[in-house]
Ligand binder design. Structure first.
Ligand code: TYM
Length: 336
């Protein structure tokens, strides 16, 4: 029996933060033996908001190096850069032609990001979920491991695939596989350190709102010391009145690997003065080996390039097979 296939990706907007790690990359690494894995750096997605061309390539390499540093094993997983495989853009175009505009206008992330950009909003931002659907459908992925914020995009991907199959495929022989979202139980929505009601995000102007995977220990300590808390004594999970408390306890729980009930018992009577150093230490110790490995990978550019080249060629073969089937189903002539 072939293993079920997973595909996922992260945008190369510089460093990764704890949300990207706990919501996505850590779970990719943990599941590697159970799946056939494809992990890409989605550089075409990073262009949907204003970007600096001087940094884009370097950021893509940084994110690929972070995948390795977080435990993605190139012998078990195919790691590649999205734009190196033209089939992503081509399938996105073909899917554009069957995607109703109002499906895209409904997307929450589009509405939020468009609001921030005002009149500058590009067509790429609206079309972003179709490119994401192309990423997933090209690899006929069974599962897509992502954080909670991508759930709506996954539902759209399923709708697009179903519509494609309905319009162009024999019901007995669908061309595109309908993927399932894979969202972790804890860590699916890591919240900002400065506001427990909003998501930790790369686009927050304040770096104090997030822990980046490459933050040095003294910066982590400073961020945790200054992060938002409340004046209540005693700590507990799941209180809607205490979103920061729930978020920080969840971070501690997932990073320490201890069961929730055990953590709840241990922190019940703690104050912030006692808990914050504990969380800081857990964070620093968890990130230390990732940072060490990252530095090693970045010291050996030829190694990283060889992984990306091998990844590209494996991914390209799968992508071209699907693209060929889609082109044929849609009635395009065969390239001569
Ligand atoms: P991106 O780059 O915004 O985020 C990458 C991954 O990190 C997760 N994530 C979070 N998880 C928990 N808490 C948070 N605060 C948090 N912030 C981000 C995201 O859910 C995601 O899994 N459109 C995608 C990238 C993409 C993709 C794909 C993903 C493009 N093509 C195909 C899967 C499959 C995005 O912008 O993710």
């Amino acid at each position: 029996m072939p293993l079920p296939r997973v595909l996922s990706g992260v945008q190369p907007t510089g460093n990764l933060h704890l949300g990207n790690y706990l919501g996505a990359v850590r779970n990719w690494a943990a599941g590697q033996d159970q799946y056939e894995n494809y992990f890409c750096v989605v550089d075409l997605h990073a262009m949907t908001v204003p970007h600096d061309p001087k940094n884009l390539a370097a950021h893509s390499y940084t994110v690929a190096a972070l995948y390795l540093a977080c435990g993605i094993d190139p012998h078990k997983s195919t790691i590649f850069i999205q734009s190196h495989i033209c089939a992503h853009s081509e399938l996105a175009w073909l899917l554009n032609c069957i995607t109703p505009l109002n499906w895209l206008e409904r997307m929450i992330q589009f509405k939020e990001k468009a609001l921030k950009q005002g009149e500058d909003v590009g067509v790429g931002l609206l079309d972003y979920p179709v490119l994401m659907a192309a990423d997933i459908l090209l690899y006929q992925a069974d599962q897509v491991p992502v954080g909670q914020d991508q759930k709506q995009h996954l539902e759209l991907t399923r709708d697009i695939a179903q519509r494609f199959n309905f319009l162009f495929a024999d019901p007995e022989q669908p061309v595109l596989k309908i993927p399932e979202p894979m969202i972790p139980q804890a860590g699916a929505r890591v919240m900002s350190l400065t506001d427990g009601t909003s998501k930790m995000s790369k686009s927050d102007p304040s770096d104090m709102s997030r822990i980046n995977l490459l933050d040095p220990p003294d910066l982590i300590e400073k961020k945790i010391k200054r992060c938002k808390t409340d004046p209540v004594r005693g700590l507990w999970f799941d209180d809607p009145e205490r979103p920061e408390c729930h978020n920080l306890l969840t971070l501690y729980q997932v990073l320490s690997g201890r069961p929730k009930a055990e953590v709840a018992e241990a922190v019940r009577e703690m104050g912030w003065g006692q808990f914050k150093p504990l969380l800081t230490e857990t964070l620093v110790e968890h990130l230390r080996p990732i940072q060490t490995r990252f530095a090693e990978v970045m010291d050996e550019p030829a190694y990283l390039e060889s992984i990306l080249a091998a990844g590209r060629s494996r991914a390209e073969a799968v992508a071209q097979t699907t693209l060929g089937a889609v082109r044929a189903a849609m009635g395009l002539s065969r390239p001569l």
